[in-house]
Ligand binder design. Structure first.
Ligand SMILES: Nc1ncnc2c1ncn2[C@@H]1O[C@H](COP(=O)(O)OP(=O)(O)OP(=O)(O)O)[C@@H](O)[C@H]1O
Ligand SMILES: O=C(O)[C@H](O)[C@@H](O)[C@H](O)[C@H](O)CO
Length: 176
């Protein structure tokens, strides 16, 4: 009988912070399913961002609810890893409420490094010009929220190792 206690990890941060890169590796290491938040956006949201316009709360709520559905489903199975900008605390609240054990990995760091990475990647719809609007909306993960903050300047392998260490330490704490 499935029970809603499996950990679902949300790799969060602004556009270009490395969510897809880190989350893919983390899901591989944990051998759990992976989902990409951009695949949950309605086409109108993607078109809006591609056109250089930031999303509003109203644009984001239906997308966040769709992601919450995935989190809920995975929590009842064997967990999972999902990317999501999850920029605001109220967005994260919705995702936390989707399942019993939701844990955030916030990729945070230097604006210039993120901008450089966005400029040098190819084939992505998100214009680097939207980075400042993402940073303006960002409410960083707070100590009272479940998860950890990682410096996005580190290698993806190092970030994943640190996240796995934190998850192991946390599992030991809850076992005691
Ligand atoms: N830790 C890292 N070290 C070096 N390069 C990285 C790292 N993480 C990501 N990158 C590179 O930076 C770029 C942005 O990464 P990625 O696409 O994973 O970010 P993202 O947060 O998923 O972006 P978006 O939300 O816009 O889809 C990519 O070209 C990726 O290869
Ligand atoms: O909340 C948002 O504004 C969006 O989800 C963006 O963060 C993008 O979709 C993504 O980062 C680009 O890939």
């Amino acid at each position: 009988m499935p029970h809603a206690t499996e950990t679902v990890i949300v790799v969060m941060g602004v556009s270009g912070s490395g969510k897809s890169t880190v989350a893919t590796l983390l899901a591989e290491r944990l051998n759990v399913p992976f989902a990409e938040a951009d695949e949950f956006h309605p086409p109108a949201n993607i078109a809006k961002m591609r056109g250089g316009h930031p999303l509003t709360d109203e644009d984001r709520w239906p997308w966040l609810r769709a992601l919450a559905g995935w989190i809920s489903e995975r929590g009842m199975r064997d967990g999972g890893v999902v990317t999501c900008s999850a920029l605001k605390r109220e967005y994260r609240r919705l995702l936390i409420d989707a399942s019993a054990d939701v844990w955030f990995l916030h990729l945070a760091g230097d604006r210039k490094l993120i901008a450089d990475r966005m400029r040098h990647r190819s084939g992505h719809f998100m214009p680097p010009e939207l980075l400042d609007s993402q940073l303006a909306d960002l409410e960083p993960l707070q100590p009272g929220e479940p998860g950890m903050v990682a410096d996005l300047a580190a290698s993806p392998g190092q970030i994943v190792t640190d996240a796995l260490d934190a998850l192991t330490a946390r599992a030991k704490e809850t076992d005691q």
